[in-house]
Structures are given as C-alpha cells and as structure tokens.
Design a protein around this ligand. Sequence first.
Ligand SMILES: Nc1nc2c(ncn2[C@@H]2O[C@H](COP(=O)(O)OP(=O)(O)OP(=O)(O)O)[C@@H](O)[C@H]2O)c(=O)[nH]1
Ligand SMILES: [Mg+2]
Length: 265
Amino acid sequence: MTDSNSPAAAAPEAGELSPVLVIIPTYNEVDNVERILSRVHEHNPQVHVLVADDNSPDGTGELADKLAAKDDRVKVMHRPGKQGLGAAYIAGFGWGLEHGYQLLIEMDADGSHRPEDLPSMLEALERQNADLVIGSRYVKGGRIENWPLFRQILSRGGNTYIHIVMGMKVRDVTAGYRIFRRSTLERIGLDSVKSGGYIFQTDLTRRVNNLGMKIVEVPITFVEREIGVSKMNRSIMVESLWRATSWGLEDRWARLTGKNKRRQA
Ligand SMILES: Nc1nc2c(ncn2[C@@H]2O[C@H](COP(=O)(O)OP(=O)(O)OP(=O)(O)O)[C@@H](O)[C@H]2O)c(=O)[nH]1
Ligand SMILES: [Mg+2]
C-alpha cells in the first residue's frame, strides 16, 4: 500500500487535526468522487475525508489527488489493487487511528449514504453516548429510495435471517453508513475482522455487540446509486449467509455454556 499522505508529509501539528475522519472506499468512482467530497463538506465543513482507492483503472485515485491538492481536509490512500471494501476500511481505520482522529466514519462514494444525514448521526452519538452509530434503513423514519424490489427483498431478507440466526437486536446489521469512536475500534481487534463484502459490516456489528458496547441506530434515507457500477455479487451474498449462520451457532453455544469470552472482555 502506498499512501500519498506519507506520515512525514501528512503528520499534522498537535491539535491541528480535525477529530472526525470520513473514510470513503473507492473502486471506479471517477464520476462520483468530486460530488461526494463537495457534498460531505457542504453539510459537514469540519470533517476530514480519506479516499481509500484500490488503484481504480478509471482514474478515481488521480482525480482524488487533484482534489486533495486543493483542500487540506481531503486525504488520499492509494492501495495497489482491488482487495474489497472491508480491506480498504481496515486500512483507512488504521491510518485514522494512527493520525489521532477520534471519530471514524464509513461512507460509500456513490451517494447512497447522504452527507446531509451525518449531522443527526453525530448528534445521536454525543447525546446518547454511543460507541457505534448505524445509519439505519430499518428503524422508524428510515427510508430507501429507488432500490429495485429485488435488492430490497435481498437486504430485508438478509437482515431478517441474520436476526434469527445471530439473535442481535440491531435492525440494520449490514448497513454501511456508520460512526465509530476510536475507543470502539481499538477494542474490537481489527486484525481478525473478515474483510469480504457485506459480512465485513456484520462482523463489526457483532464484535461491538458482543462486547456489550452501545449501538444506536439513526434513521437515514438510503438512495440507490445513480452513476457507476455496483460491485455486489453472488459470492458476497453467499459468504454473508454462511458466516452469519456459523457465528449465530457459535455465539449461541457460547451463551449456553457461559463461555463467551468477548462478553466478559
Ligand atoms: N477501495 C475499494 N472500494 C470498494 C471496493 N468495492 C467496492 N468499493 C467501494 O465501496 C462502496 C460501496 O460499493 P458499491 O458498489 O456501491 O456496493 P453496493 O452499495 O452494495 O452496490 P450498489 O448497488 O452499486 O450501490 C463504493 O464507494 C465502492 O466504490 C474495493 O474492492 N476497494
Ligand atoms: Mg452503493
């Protein structure tokens, strides 16, 4: 992995860093990256943004570099090739923790996670003293715009299945719009997180939940991507289902036998 903000070049003076970092993983998002950055800053001028690009063939990384050159709040991480969204987030979290950010936020590049919903998520984190805030499609007030019926059924069905097998109370387990406190990420052990597709989000939710940390869901409006190509595929879905099943069995067995070490951690 190369990092255009090499520690030497990017190392900020103490106190100079904004405490909030929005991490946006990108793969072939050249038509979305400028718009998402300007929308983030329009609604949240104080935050910094890290674009974690997997060497997108369409030039997303180069465009992000140009935008970063004009705005100190924008950082770019160049990774050698496509390794999945989870791997990009883990690298982004690592960079953010190393550089002293206090809140680390996950956001897609395609506009599905509206930057205008971020202030209410940040406010809920503070007011309810949450360890993790999830921008949720499936709590009261949450909405989905322009998603084909097939995707809605898949997402709803996947979440319902995960509730049943894993017994978590969280309504939107697979959601990808989230705020973590640095203390939360430090406690959950990022090294062993499964970095595949949606299972990455489920794995993080489960770890936070099993440690008894506070998860707050805030309603958001999730908007289907307008531009660019989806990276979702069948193997990502299949992986999610079998992993959720095995975790569900593992957690239930641990509860039955009183051996859930994470709960006691
Ligand atoms: N760095 C990196 N980013 C990725 C990778 N795969 C997906 N992304 C990014 O992760 C975010 C979510 O991916 P999407 O393709 O939108 O996945 P999705 O939301 O399930 O599918 P859509 O229906 O197309 O919105 C986007 O910002 C992608 O560019 C990857 O392998 N590496
Ligand atoms: Mg998307």
